[in-house]
Ligand binder design. Structure first.
Ligand SMILES: Cc1cc2nc3c(=O)[nH]c(=O)nc-3n(C[C@H](O)[C@H](O)[C@H](O)COP(=O)(O)O)c2cc1C
Length: 329
């Protein structure tokens, strides 16, 4: 048996558990939690879990990489908040395609208070599918969100009213394509109709209003009995794009997405995802053109103020650790 770990870089086993606990609070498509972690004395490895891929909604595993990127951002930020530097290498080994990143916590330093603020927001961030009040996001916060994307090498373009209207149409198009595809519906049912004590998938209590086909920003239906479109006055809708669309770009886009989400949470805003136009390939191609052709759209978010929502469950650390015995100290 491989010996138990007494430290990972600067972190002791309790600190390792706490930063991994923060990592798994990341959002993931259908709450699949498609990640695994391995602890070694030198660093924390983040692996994709292909058994948790979504072959229909996410055929090219782009969103799986975004979800893992979000977990990576939480991990880095939690390490930072403990006063260590999370030296991160993406895709360190060509011969191991599931190994997405290695994070080595080293050289103690005074934590950057901006990152401590984001670390504090990790447990408070939840996908909020309730209707949002008329949202006016102050320019200073919009600038912060844009900066959050850019620091992580992504882009949050400003959309004019005509582009927003076209995006809304693409959401409807994508939604119709998905709900008329029996394979999509079967996969979605698998991840939503879970037992009450399930630690993955989207529980019914996390649903918003049922989507209807007319107008409005359609949200994905997670089985709520509340009917009607999500009648937000006019939510703020943003797109996060990347300059390329390779594996590493998608992991970076996931980190950018999570930095934007935590920045919004820290500023007191709620958010949810509108992924239909990036999940349906034809709609994504149209959205790319709509953004001017230079950016790969990665995620669409709706921001505002909603009603409080409960948290969605996560698997235990033992379930996501490769070699869990090594961390039993
Ligand atoms: C890449 C990605 C795409 C997502 N797309 C949608 C979506 O289209 N509609 C939706 O309601 N939730 C979407 N989600 C949110 C997940 O369902 C949510 O993160 C998961 O259920 C865990 O809940 P939490 O975010 O409240 O922790 C998406 C999440 C990720 C990371």
């Amino acid at each position: 048996m491989t010996p138990p770990i007494t430290s990972v870089g600067l972190l002791d086993p309790d600190q390792v558990k706490s930063v991994l606990g923060a990592a798994v609070l990341a959002p993931s498509t259908h709450n699949t939690q498609p990640w695994r972690f391995r602890c070694t004395p030198a660093g924390l490895e983040l692996h994709a879990d292909p058994d948790r891929a979504l072959p229909v909604a996410d055929a090219d595993r782009r969103e799986l990489l975004l979800s893992c990127g979000a977990a990576l951002f939480n991990l880095r930020t939690a390490i930072h908040a403990l006063g260590a530097h999370p030296a991160t290498t993406l895709l360190p080994r060509r011969d191991d395609p599931t190994l997405l990143a290695v994070v080595r916590p080293f050289s103690a330093r005074k934590p950057d208070q901006r990152l401590v603020r984001l670390a504090d927001a990790i447990p408070r961030r939840h996908t909020n599918r309730t209707p949002f009040d008329a949202a006016v996001i102050p320019d200073a916060v919009v600038a912060e969100l844009r900066h959050a994307a850019e620091v992580e090498q992504a882009w949050l373009p400003r959309l004019d009213p005509t582009q927003l209207e076209q995006l809304r149409e693409l959401v409807h198009k994508g939604h119709q394509a998905q709900v008329s595809d029996p394979a999509f519906l079967a996969e979605w049912r698998h991840w939503t109709a879970r037992s009450r004590d399930s630690r993955d998938g989207v529980p019914e209590y996390a649903a918003g209003a049922m989507p209807s086909a007319d107008g409005g920003w359609i949200l994905r239906d997670f089985g709520s009995s509340r009917r009607g479109r999500v009648d937000d006055s006019e939510p703020v809708v943003v797109v996060i794009g990347s300059f390329d669309d390779r594996k590493a770009d998608r992991i970076r886009a996931g980190q950018a997405m999570q930095r934007v989400l935590l920045t919004a949470t820290a500023a007191g805003f709620d958010a949810s995802f509108i992924s239909q136009p990036v999940e349906v390939p034809a709609a994504r191609a149209e959205l790319r053109t709509l953004l001017g052709g230079g950016l790969w759209p990665q995620i669409v978010l709706r921001l505002g103020h909603g009603a409080p929502v409960p948290w969605t469950p996560r698997r235990s650390l033992d379930d996501v650790l490769l070699e869990p015995d090594r961390l039993s100290a």
